[in-house]
Design a protein around this ligand. Sequence first.
Ligand code: CMC
Length: 425
Amino acid sequence: MGTVTLINNETGEKFDFDLIDCTRGPKAVNFSKLFETTNIFSYDPGYGSTAGCESTISYVDGKNGKLLYRGMPIEEVVSKYKFTDVAKLLITGEAPKNEKESIEFDLELRHRSFLHEGLINIFSAFPDKAHPMANLSSAVAALSTFHFDSKDDINDYQVMARRIIAKITTLVAFSYRNSVGAPFIYPDISRGYVENFLYMLRAYPGGRLKYTINGEEEITALEIEALDKLFILHADHGQNASTTTVRNVASTGVHPYAAISAGINALWGPAHGGANEKVLDQLREIGDVNNVDKFIQRAKDKNYPFRLMGFGHRVYKNYDPRAKAIKALKDELDKKGIKMDSRLSEIAEKLEEVALNDDYFKERNLYPNVDFYSGIILTALKIPVELFTPIFVIGRMPGWCAQAIEHITNPYARITRPRQVYLGE
Ligand code: CMC
């Protein structure tokens, strides 16, 4: 541990502040008593240089393009575990130790996936054209009216986390089916987490999947594996905008589902999780590889309110490891039989190639992020574009739950209450 000295050049006063040794990455200066001791506060819009909490859940190494879940590199997590194991790893700190524990957790989620019948009525109040993210955040807030467990100890939070991780796939599927006027398909507990989600999206009344000339169109193991991996790659990511929102709202002592609902709203924005939907819109708008240069020029033009969606990141100043994994997954799935839209894929790869060799993008360290290639895979999985951000919600749910639990159970955590630089009358 060292110190940093702050010198007020107006008064000549000197103040020492402790440095915190993080287990990874740069040191942090402890400014928690800055105002108390100096009568000066810090100004950091967007919090690019500010940590609001201590955490042990995930670590983003932006300089080297690395991501760890509970200390384990994301590449290892994806190759070793399925999504429900990762959910357990994030919310409890320990992955299932063996097959039995893995199955038990999976079964618990299956049995918790049903919604209270009263909650289902909420969907009929929404207009057909509503974005599923709006339906979803409202339904998750409404979940707090059905489940108001005591909040006495960590076990209560664990139950709340497992319940919402289980129900979120049902909520996404129901909200989508409502938007297209299709009857709801209830969870089938004989199916695993990811398969059940695809089943609730795709099945016809009576629970049968589409009939083709070759018989009933089954959900394939490859489709399940693809979506499972995408969920894992979205499961947690340090103190991003939605996670920070969840922590901030949870810091007031509110019901955890109200905090998660706020996180869903934060994720919806196109600068955050809403980017995956916008990337696909943009690829379709570009329409042809020959138009790529024109759109790259537009993205660089400051007079034009156009950004290359799926590019850039506050923390990564190198290739986002999730984008790397998703790009590899896209190519692998294509080879194994889940055919990607070759035109969209070609445009995306050309965009990446041109951007990575362009001075504007190089000088600003702008690389593809998690949202750049995910939509191409989701399209190949027949997921409608308006469900892309809700898919991100499903993936991020264990992370939000883990972060909320970490925050609520930290006896030193305080209500979030920043200051402002007042410039008014
Ligand atoms: N296209 C063109 N220029 C960009 C882009 C982009 N996608 N991203 C950043 N820049 C430029 C920006 O104009 C600025 O240039 P200058 O220094 O000349 O003013 C510089 O790069 C730094 O950008 P910033 O806005 O200060 O960076 P930020 O850390 O505040 O924003 C970001 C990060 C992700 C919001 C931004 O890169 C962006 O809007 N990207 C497009 C949307 C997107 O893909 N979002 C998903 C983010 S990753 C997943 C997630 O969080 O959900």
